[in-house]
Ligand binder design. Structure first.
Ligand SMILES: CC(C)(COP(=O)(O)OP(=O)(O)OC[C@H]1O[C@@H](n2cnc3c(N)ncnc32)[C@H](O)[C@@H]1OP(=O)(O)O)[C@@H](O)C(=O)NCCC(=O)NCCS
Length: 148
């Protein structure tokens, strides 16, 4: 893959693009991380705000955000293995933050798998819980204040 590809993050616009997002999640969480498919897709998907990241038109990443009052909850952040380390994850997170601001949210939270805590810390998130197990994977909750 080209290092200089243009990254575009936007909501899926067709049923086919929506399926692309699930396909990426499936590759990352179900195939790579062995999360059961029954846990990977849930009823929250129907009401979540979804994003797909395209690099030179190719769908390579996805994420979603749920809304609970003035708090957004980010989840299912996934970039295909072959595309990691090139800013796709960061672009998804920045686009979710812009969306959160435009909706007047006051904070963003997420449950980080412990091996990717530094990824979220670099984006300004701070730890706000001890470790806990979700889908057999150790996590810690993190939060980002959108107002100071
Ligand atoms: C976590 C994930 C989404 C990051 O996506 P990515 O496209 O590789 O991340 P980026 O290239 O945008 O990285 C942004 C920054 O975070 C850092 N970073 C990325 N992954 C990291 C990791 N695992 N540990 C430490 N730092 C990391 C990068 O060094 C980069 O810093 P830089 O801007 O100074 O270069 C991706 O690795 C992934 O899909 N992992 C598997 C699924 C997963 O664990 N999702 C998170 C569930 S909580």
């Amino acid at each position: 893959m080209s290092m200089a590809g243009e990254i575009v993050c936007r909501p899926p616009e067709t049923p086919r693009e929506r399926e692309e997002a699930f396909r990426i999640r499936n590759a990352v969480f179900v195939e790579e991380q062995e999360v059961p498919l029954s846990l990977e897709r849930d009823e929250e998907d129907d009401r979540a705000f979804h994003l797909i990241a395209f690099v030179d038109g190719e769908p390579l990443g996805t994420a979603r955000m749920l809304f609970n009052g003035e708090r957004g909850k980010i989840g299912r952040v996934a970039v295909l293995k072959k595309a990691r380390g090139r800013g796709v994850g960061k672009a998804l997170m920045e686009t979710l933050k812009v969306q959160a601001y435009s909706r007047g949210l006051k904070e963003l939270c997420l449950n980080a798998q412990i091996q990717v805590i530094p990824f979220y810390q670099e984006l300004g998130y701070r730890l706000c819980s001890d470790e806990f197990l979700d889908a057999g994977i150790l996590h810690r909750s993190m939060i980002l204040d959108l107002v100071s």
